[in-house]
Design a protein around this ligand. Structure first.
Ligand code: AMP
Ligand code: ZN
Length: 463
């Protein structure tokens, strides 16, 4: 079976041929750690986790290297640490821990390597010095800038020409830049900001620009040229365009990565997610609070809901979608079972769908088919391949059952009291009890026992 992947660089689906099948290498831009990750940030994490699992399945787990970085030096980090009155290290370590907890709940495997930007400052400085030596970068007013004019096909990834970009450069261009599109590799730090001794003979201490971080970490851990580079669609320009320019110029290579993959954006209930619209939602809030849809959601429901849309399409994140995802997983899980080699064979169409540019909606359609055909083992295998263990659903079922038992102790005596009140024609009291339970989120349902003709009351938890 051939794996085909859509390559942003060539704008078409291509058969994937690793540079070295014994070491398939993938880099994905990770989070900037200053706050809880939002559900949009979860999209690349989940999508590339599925690809990581697929590559491990095809090439063998020991033959895939996946690097996803942590950006722990950034203006937003500085501002937030100052706001909270804590050190940058405290903020970035806390946020990294929260990120790890959140995505573990989503069934995401740890990447092979998770490099932190601040552990690679020396690598960045070496890369910057090499770019200056090669004439691709220059020093100006304590900054080091990349000269985009030195890169003949700058703009190839984002499919725009340098002339177009320069003509469209509206923002006031810093006076020390040779060209309006030149970008920062290194900049001086203001007092109080994190700083390191600068490269290229600059005497003021400074810090790296964002783009150079990924070029340095990718080269260090995956080599000068590697197989797959991923991230959200918003990173195509300028971040990935600039990574390519830096890496290719520094290493003198025709490419940085063979395949460039980008996930589409996530919006919430039809609107762009933003703090001002009040629809901004973090992974943590979905897992632990009732902020979205009046209840918390098992991590696997979030993961499944993400995969119901193809990764290159925009996704609309809705309560209705989560409810459907929960219902589907709930019907699959008690049914899916341990699997044999024969079961794995029966799940082949699922792998085929994933090999078609990670077509997860098609893979999910195949899972439905396996379920409907009574293929318990094949379904079990396919679910585990996609990163579903059923653990969070099991915990959810246990939680619901426990809550039901706790409530039963309160609800059942009141139901008896209500029936007694009715028998005594004290309807006001009966209604009061019903309303009181409704306020607790308990809905009563009366029905007549067909044999005895007596009223029987059942109850359910509405929220
Ligand atoms: P950031 O921390 O903003 O650098 O983003 C981390 C990753 O999340 C990047 O790959 C972004 O492209 C991705 N991302 C951010 N917002 C969204 C969104 N609304 N939908 C999908 N991906 C997103
Ligand atoms: Zn990056």
């Amino acid at each position: 079976m051939t794996l085909t992947l859509y390559n942003t660089l060539t704008r078409r689906k291509e058969p994937f041929r690793p540079l070295d099948p014994n070491n398939v290498r993938m880099y994905v831009c990770g989070p900037t750690v200053y706050d809880y990750a939002h559900i949009g940030n979860a999209r690349p994490v989940i999508v590339f986790d599925v690809l990581f699992r697929l590559l491990r399945h095809i090439y063998g787990p020991e033959h895939v290297t996946y690097a996803r970085n942590i950006t722990d030096v950034d203006d937003k980090i500085n501002a937030r640490a100052a706001e909270e009155g804590i050190s940058i290290r405290e903020l970035t370590e806390r946020t990294t821990r929260q990120f790890h907890e959140d995505i573990a709940a989503l069934g995401v495997l740890p990447p092979t390597i998770e490099p932190r930007a601040t552990d690679h400052i020396e690598d960045m400085k070496r890369l910057i010095e090499r770019l200056v030596e090669k004439g691709c970068a220059y020093v100006a007013q304590d900054h080091v800038l990349f000269d985009v004019g030195a890169m003949p096909d700058y703009g190839r990834l984002s499919n725009r020409s340098l002339e177009e970009m320069e003509a469209g450069a509206r923002v006031e261009v810093a006076p020390y830049k040779k060209g309006p599109m030149d970008f920062v590799l290194w900049k001086p730090s203001k007092p109080g900001e994190p700083s390191w001794p600068s490269p290229c003979g600059i005497t003021t201490p400074g810090r790296p620009g964002w783009h150079i971080e990924c070029s340095a970490m990718a080269a260090k851990h995956l080599g000068e040229v590697f197989d797959i580079h991923g991230g959200g669609i918003d990173l195509v320009f300028p971040h990935h365009e600039n990574e390519i320019a830096q890496s290719r110029c520094a290493h003198g290579t025709p490419i940085m990565a063979q395949v460039w993959m980008h996930n589409g954006f996530l919006q919430v209930e039809g609107e762009k997610m933003s703090k001002s619209l009040g629809n901004f939602i973090t992974i943590h809030e979905l897992l632990e609070t009732d902020k979205f849809g009046g209840r918390s959601w098992p991590g696997e429901v979030l993961r499944f809901n993400m995969l119901r849309t193809h990764y290159r399409q925009p996704i609309d994140w809705t309560v209705e979608g989560l409810e459907q995802s929960l219902t589907i997983l709930d019907s699959w899980f008690p049914f899916a079972s341990e699997y044999s080699d024969a079961d794995q064979k029966k799940a082949e169409p699922v792998i085929e769908a994933l090999c078609d540019d990670l077509n997860t909606p098609k893979a999910i359609a195949e899972l439905h088919r396996l379920h409907d055909a009574g293929e318990r083992g094949a379904l079990g295998f396919a679910l585990s391949l996609l990163g579903f263990s059923g653990e969070s659903l099991k915990r959810e079922r246990e939680r619901v059952e426990k809550r039901r038992q706790e409530l039963a102790a309160i609800v059942e005596p009141r139901i008896s009291a209500r029936l007694a009140a009715r028998k005594a024609k004290n309807f006001a009291e009966a209604d009061r009890i019903r309303d009181e339970l409704a306020a607790m989120g308990i809905q009563l349902k009366d029905s007549k026992d067909p044999v005895t003709g007596e009223i029987v009351t059942t109850w359910e938890i509405k929220r």
